[in-house]
Write a protein that binds this ligand. Structure first.
Ligand code: 4AD
Ligand code: MG
Length: 437
C-alpha cells in the first residue's frame, strides 16, 4: 500500500503512494480533474486523467462533493508551481463516503454560523493553522518546564472552595451533600505540591463563570501554573521572561507555514526576547493619567482601580515587548498574595501584558507565608475558613516564601497567532452564550 501523509511527500518523489483523506476542493477541465486532498497534515493537488483511470472511478470522482472521504493512489511529482511543491498523478481512487452540500463553502459566513459548525469549521485552513500553533505552545510549555526539572502535579477540577474570588465560581451538585465548585486555578494545590517537590506545575482546564462577553474571556480555558518553593516575585518575573521567549521561539521555529496562513507579522514574535520591561503599578497609573491629560484617554484613571482591557492596551502600547506590571494594590488582588514589606498596601503580584493589545496573558506573584495574616485575609474576603484549613497547614508546617504564576493557553495562542478573539484558539470554546456543539 505504501500509505504516506501529505507532509511526507517530499521523501517519495517518483514513487507510487497511497493517501487517505478528504476532498478539499475539486476543479475540472475537460478530460482532467484536479481534486485537492487534505489529510490533516497538508493539502495536495491531485491530477486525474480521464484516460488514465477506470471509467466508474472517473464518474465517482467527477461529482464528488467537498469533504467526501477518499483514498487515492498515485505517483508523486515535484512541481514548483503547485502549492506545497508536489502533485499526485492519480492511478486509482476509492471513495469512502460521498458527501454533499457541505455547509461551509468558500463564501463568507458569519461567525455565529461558523461557531455552530465548529465541529466542521476546524477542518478549514485558518482554524487548522491556529490549532497547530496551540499544539506547539502546549508542547513548548511542557518541554520548557520539564527541562527545568519541574514536576507535573495536576490539581483537582472539583474543589470545595474559591481560589480567585467568589464571583466567578461554577457550582456543581456533589451528591447532594457538599457543594463543589469547578476549579478557577490549581494554585492552592500547587502550593502544597511545591512544598513536597520544590518546583511543580499543573496544567489543565480551569473554569470561570465570567459574565463578560469579551474577546479575551472563555468560561472554560486551559491554564499552566508553575509554582516554586523559596522563590520570590523577582524570580517569577525572570521565569516569565524566559518562558514566554522560549514559547515564541518554538512557535517561530515549528509553525512557519501556519504563521504564513495566518498572515502573522513574525517580527512581532521575534521581538519577544529577554529582558522584558518592568513597571510598578504606580507608574502604570501615571502613564494612564498622563494619557488622560493629553486627551488620549477619556476618563482619568484613579490609583487603586483595576485595569480594564482598554487601560491594559494603552499601557502596553508604549512597548513592543511583553510588559510586566507589578506591585498592585492588595485590595484588588486575591487573598493569598504576599505584601510588599515597605508598602504593605501593595501586593507582590505581577501581570504580564502582551503587546499589540492582547492584554494580560500571565498573572502571578509571591504568596503570603504567615498563618495569622492568611487567616485574617480569608475572613476579610468572607471565605469559609474550614475549607482552607488544609491550605493553612502549609503555613503551619514548614512555611517558606514561594511564588508562581498562571498562563492562559488561549490568550497566549491568540497573541502568537495575531488573531482577534480567543474563541478560535480552542477546539470547542465555552463562553457566556456558547455551550454548543
Ligand atoms: O490572573 P489569573 O486569575 O491568576 C490565577 O488564577 C492565579 N491563581 C495563577 C497562579 O498564580 N498560579 O489567571 C491567570 C491567567 C490570566 O493571565 C489569563 O491568561 C488566563 O489565566 N485567564 C483566562 N483566559 C481565558 N478566559 C478567562 N476567563 C480567563 N481568566 C484568566
Ligand atoms: Mg489576573
Amino acid at each position: 500500500m505504501n500509505q504516506v501523509y501529505i507532509n511526507q511527500l517530499s521523501q517519495h518523489v517518483g514513487e507510487e503512494v497511497t493517501l487517505k483523506g478528504w476532498l478539499y476542493n475539486l476543479r475540472s477541465s475537460g478530460k482532467l480533474l484536479f481534486p485537492q486532498l487534505r489529510d490533516g497534515t497538508g493539502i495536495v493537488q491531485c491530477v486525474v486523467l480521464k484516460n488514465g483511470i477506470a471509467p466508474e472511478i472517473w464518474d465517482a470522482l467527477k461529482s464528488l462533493g467537498q469533504e467526501s472521504s477518499l483514498i487515492v493512489r498515485g505517483t508523486v511529482r515535484a512541481d514548483e508551481r503547485a502549492p506545497g511543491g508536489y502533485e499526485l498523478d492519480v492511478s486509482d481512487a476509492q471513495v469512502m463516503q460521498a458527501a454533499h452540500d457541505y455547509p461551509i463553502t468558500p463564501k463568507e459566513h458569519g461567525t455565529e454560523f461558523l461557531m455552530d459548525q465548529r465541529h466542521l469549521w476546524i477542518r478549514s485552513r485558518r482554524q487548522h493553522a491556529i490549532l497547530k500553533v496551540r499544539h506547539t505552545i502546549v508542547k513548548a510549555v511542557r518541554n520548557f518546564l520539564d527541562n527545568e526539572d519541574f514536576t507535573l502535579c495536576d490539581a483537582p477540577i472539583f474543589t470545595p472552595a474559591a481560589c480567585e474570588g467568589t464571583t466567578t465560581l461554577f457550582e456543581v451538585d456533589y451528591f447532594g451533600e457538599d457543594k463543589a465548585y469547578l476549579t478557577q486555578s490549581g494554585q492552592l494545590y500547587n502550593e502544597a505540591c511545591a512544598a513536597a517537590f520544590g518546583k511543580v506545575y499543573c496544567f489543565g482546564p480551569t473554569f470561570r463563570a465570567e459574565k463578560s462577553k469579551t474577546r479575551r474571556h472563555l468560561t472554560e480555558f486551559w491554564m499552566v501554573e508553575p509554582e516554586i518553593a523559596y522563590a520570590t516575585l523577582d524570580d517569577v518575573m525572570n521565569l516569565c521572561e524566559r518562558f514566554l521567549s522560549y514559547i515564541a521561539a518554538r512557535v517561530l521555529d515549528e509553525r512557519t507555514e501556519e504563521l504564513k496562513v495566518l498572515e502573522r507579522d513574525t517580527t512581532k514574535l521575534e521581538a519577544i526576547v529577554p529582558p522584558f520591561p518592568r513597571l510598578q503599578y504606580d507608574d502604570a497609573v501615571k502613564l494612564l493619567q498622563e494619557g488622560h491629560e493629553r486627551g488620549e484617554i477619556e476618563t482619568r484613571f484613579e490609583w487603586g482601580g483595576d485595569f480594564g482591557a482598554p487601560d491594559e492596551s494603552f499601557i502596553s502600547s508604549k512597548y513592543d515587548k511583553p510588559l510586566m506590571v507589578h506591585r498592585y494594590p492588595a485590595a484588588i488582588k486575591a487573598f493569598y498574595m504576599a505584601r510588599d514589606a515597605d508598602r504593605p498596601e501593595l501586593a507582590l503580584g505581577v501581570d504580564v501584558l502582551a503587546p499589540e493589545g492582547y492584554g494580560e496573558v500571565i498573572g502571578g506573584g509571591e504568596r503570603a507565608t504567615s498563618l495569622d495574616f492568611l487567616r485574617e485575609q480569608i475572613a476579610l474576603h468572607q471565605l469559609p475558613e474550614e475549607s482552607f484549613n488544609w491550605y493553612l497547614d502549609l503555613r503551619r508546617y514548614g512555611s517558606t516564601p514561594h511564588a508562581g504564576f498562571g498562563m492562559g493557553i488561549e490568550r497566549c495562542t491568540a497573541w502568537m497567532c495575531g488573531i482577534e478573539h480567543v474563541r478560535e484558539t480552542i477546539p470547542f470554546p465555552r463562553m457566556l452564550y456558547r455551550l454548543k456543539p
